[in-house]
Design a protein around this ligand. Sequence first.
Ligand code: ZN
Length: 108
Amino acid sequence: MKGQDEFLWVCRCGARSDLPEFLDSRRGFSPRLLTVSHVCRGCGETSDVQLWWCEVRVGYTYAAGETHFAPVEVVQAPGLEKTTSDDRIAVSLGGRTWVFAEEENRES
Ligand SMILES: [Zn+2]
């Protein structure tokens, strides 16, 4: 059952994603910043995202000497679990697991 505290991401273009959809439409992982890239299914806009336990931080990266991540929005993601290793991040939700590995400059 969907409650008010369930994760829902609404892009500026109006596209809505629940958490499994949100996790499906992402690619790449930056081990240094712990960010993955989310690509909107509606408009193709890319955001940088950090995944945490029960929390998703959506923001952007910027360079100020070195690269930093600045969260703009923190969205509660009840039930989200994550495991990080050197070059990949794995998150689990409701029996499904998504693994994001460091991107190797491949174009689709
Ligand atoms: Zn969009």
